[in-house]
Design a protein around this ligand. Structure first.
Ligand SMILES: [Mg+2]
Length: 388
């Protein structure tokens, strides 16, 4: 089954209000989908991490750099294709955008393989350890307004996410240690003592500021402290993990097995958050997962983007072995964006309906069982939102 074409589709619309994280505010929502076509008439879909102009640059890498390398290759030879592309791009980017671009192509090849076999991706990997997964709702993005106003907004948003049925929630920080602690206090106050919440700094702190915030988050019994310092600061992660009781999480900005080997051997993570649409696709994710388990580091996948990314992650979460196992094992969660996102809600011919499932099923969603990723995007929606 030969690959006959790879196309890339960048979708975008204006958000109703600008949203932010510790690095920037953004006013557009975008998603980057990859379509692989074969001479058997099967097509597969994947997704690349990276918004806006990053997505447009990645589109060029997908269509003009990777496509010519793999045209005519057997679409089922995912690992051969992965290594051919990686080896040819090694001199130009072992991390970052070339890996994001390869990720979308690889995920689409897994979708093709599942459709060819008539099996969901989790069956190709080795089967479902669970047929449904708990979901945490992230929201509470930054807004460019006084922190006291934002704290009130976060209080309302956190309660709304809890009432939607999610099992936990996650907030952003990024105004500096003292205002950030005030925001976290507001969230704990509003959701009550028993509802888990997590805090995502998107690597905005120095190590000493991260200690200061981390100690306050321990007082608030926050579940994890995500990307407290820059992803390259391996020493900072190790010191924070050794010195704080709160779980330190991170890894969404790491790529490939070699980068992951380093951060795991460094012992700076309590919880690993690999991003399948960036680190090298499902083929590489499985190797990174094995490395995480070899270091006895639990995994909660980082999820960002459209319903294609959500579906790919549901397949992976189903196929994730319990680690270390037990009668009531530690369970991974699906990360789910509760902010305005039409590519999550409108993209598929048959929606995943995550929010309804969460509400009805005690915060859990069922893993799709159709062939491949188990979902199909609607071509009319893609046409409607596509930019070039
Ligand atoms: Mg994050």
């Amino acid at each position: 089954m030969k690959i006959t074409g790879i196309t890339s589709h960048v979708l975008q619309y204006d958000l109703p209000e600008p949203l932010g994280y510790s690095q920037q505010y953004y006013s557009k929502r975008s998603a980057h989908l990859v379509r692989v076509e074969t001479d058997a008439g099967l097509t597969g879909w994947g997704e690349c991490f990276g918004p806006g102009s990053v997505a447009l640059a990645n589109k060029t890498i997908v269509e003009r750099v990777i496509q010519p390398m793999v045209l005519g290759m057997d679409a089922l030879d995912r690992d051969v294709i992965w290594h051919k592309v990686y080896n040819l791009l090694r001199d130009h980017g072992q991390k970052g955008m070339p890996m994001q671009a390869l990720s979308g192509v690889d995920i689409a090849l897994w979708d093709v393989a599942g459709k060819a076999a008539g099996l969901p991706v989790h069956k190709l990997i080795g089967g479902a350890h669970r047929s449904d997964v708990p979901v945490y709702g992230y929201g509470m993005m930054l807004r460019d307004e006084p922190v006291a106003d934002l704290a009130r907004r976060f209080e309302d948003e956190a309660v709304a996410i809890r009432e939607m049925g999610f099992v936990a929630t996650k907030m952003k920080v990024g105004f500096g240690p003292k205002p950030d602690i005030a925001l976290a206090q507001a969230v704990r106050r509003s959701v009550g003592d028993d509802f888990p919440f997590m805090v995502d700094a998107n690597h905005c702190y120095t190590t000493s500021d991260a200690f200061y915030v981390g100690r306050a988050l321990e007082e608030l019994d926050a579940y994890w402290f995500e990307e407290p310092v820059a992803p390259e600061d391996h020493d900072g992660y190790r010191e924070l993990r050794a010195g704080l009781k709160i779980n330190i999480s991170g890894g969404e900005a790491e790529f490939g097995r070699w980068g992951w080997r380093q951060i795991l051997e460094n012992r700076g993570l309590d919880i690993a958050q690999p991003e399948v649409c960036a680190l090298g696709g499902i083929t590489e994710y499985l190797r990174v997962l094995a490395l995480c388990h070899a270091h006895f580091t639990p995994v909660v996948n980082h999820v960002w983007g459209s319903a294609i990314a959500v579906a790919a992650n549901l397949q992976l979460l189903a196929a994730m072995p319990p680690m270390p196992g037990g009668l009531h094992p530690w369970e991974p969660m699906l990360e789910f964006d509760t902010t305005d996102n039409r590519f999550r809600d409108e993209l598929l011919t048959e929606p995943l309906d995550i929010q309804r499932q969460v509400q009805k099923n005690g915060g859990r969603v069922t893993v799709p069982t159709g062939p491949g990723l188990g979902v199909e995007p609607d071509p009319d929606i893609i046409r409607h939102y596509e930019i070039t």
